[in-house]
Design a protein around this ligand. Sequence first.
Ligand code: FES
Ligand SMILES: [Fe+2]
Length: 399
Amino acid sequence: MLSREENLSLTQVGPGTPAGELLRRYWHPVAVAGELTDEKPIKAVRILSEDLVVFRDRKGIHGLVAERCPHRSASLAWGRVDDEGIRCPYHGWKFDRAGRCLEQPAEPAGSTFKDRIRHRAYPVQKLAGLLYAYLGPEPAPLLPRWDVLAREDGKRWTVIDSLLDCNWLQPMENSVDPAHLFWLHGESAHLVGHRADYEESHEFVRFEYGIMKRRTTPGKNPSDPATLDQHPLLFPTILRHVARMKNGKGYGFRHNLQIRVPVDDTHTQVYRVNFMPTAEDRAPLDQDPPFEHCALKGPEGRYNMSLVPAQDAMAWETQGGVTDRTQENLGTSDSGVILLRKLLREQIEIVRAGGEPMGVIRNPETNRIIELDVINERIGLFGNTSQTAMRPEHAAANG
Ligand code: FES
Ligand SMILES: [Fe+2]
């Protein structure tokens, strides 16, 4: 149970809030590059409680600036782009990607007024077809090249979930809550066979990039091997997962990043980037992977409970916009949640004291491709469990 103040300090995302300042030390996706086209080169986006527009100029370069024009606040979402930047639809002020005002067509010739205008602008980088933004203090750290985003020896695709009506910390607490698997998802086809009536053991180990969640499920009888899965929470907003799924005639292993982007205090946008290593496919980094939208609810607002992500969304949204942590009763099985909150408090303090929080990468050597010890396998059947599991032969058994 938390106090009301503690709950706010761990959840609020706006500028100047404790968690908001921490979250501003990391890159976050704001759009999929393929959403911006020559016909529709501008998109209004909301992230960390800031209203912005992301655009692609006529040269194909992306920019991200505040939505409201600094002249008299019209929305740049209705603006126009050219080779140099974005122009306000009202009186034509034009801004480049750095927020410099390049033109004010209605001002007298020779006026230097424009030189004194600085529009709020943030850096954008593209990786795996996602447009990432950094809203924190300069210099920006490196954009992490997680294996799912940066590997090329397989196929990659992205799913954009419909917007969640809840705070970002609810999905993140779920990432260190293995006890929900059977109860929330037990009826889904790929989890049939997962057993709630056998005692699983859960471990949470802090590591360089977050918290490693490890679950061991004993076999039904002595000849039935136990299973181990190990999925990291990448602090502060990502779950890294692996599951077995159908691939043509056989099975493959779908590795994914579930990136939970804090939109504002009561909304979260989830991007799921999937990567399946295969012998025959290539996912070159200079080509944007395909993407699709996933509706978590049907037309009447009912959760599409046949989908695993909709089952999770139901749990997270029904906890409340920002769940009231003054009313909860945590048990032994919530130790992962408790560890995450402890980590969050600690990292907020580090930022407050002027330090750099965990997982911020500045060394290009460590950022070539970041592989993680992700495991989903039967113990005993496939041997040593301490292997890196990106290779399919180490990721077997249930999803
Ligand atoms: S409001 Fe944007 S140019 Fe006037
Ligand atoms: Fe879940």
